[in-house]
Design a protein around this ligand. Structure first.
Ligand SMILES: [Zn+2]
Length: 102
């Protein structure tokens, strides 16, 4: 018996039924998949655009600097910063200005 061939068969048998990526992920790592799926659901439900986040970013950064609970007050902005590198960069440079005024 050829083990390599057997493994290959096993994989080719598993591949064709291309089910939803979600199911495949869930099988691989349930916790991670749930986290990602939850994140996707959130973004789909209550997504802010980059423009909207940019408009709120000044306020958000100032509130963060004052130590206010932004996760509760502006959860959507915080969520967007988690998933959007562009806005996070903008936010970080804003924070930098606020914390180190010229
Ligand atoms: Zn953005």
């Amino acid at each position: 018996m050829n083990l390599f061939r057997k493994i290959k068969q096993l994989f080719s048998w598993q591949q064709p039924p291309t089910r939803s990526a979600g199911m495949a992920m869930q099988a691989a790592n349930p916790k991670m998949a749930q986290k990602i799926l939850g994140m996707l659901e959130k973004t789909q439900e209550e997504e802010l655009t980059c423009d909207e986040v940019f408009a709120l970013l000044d306020q958000f950064a100032e509130m963060t600097a004052r130590g206010e609970n932004v996760s509760e007050l502006m959860p959507l902005v915080e969520l967007h910063l988690e998933i959007c590198g562009d806005c996070r960069e903008e936010y970080e440079s804003l924070m930098n200005v606020i914390q180190h005024p010229a």
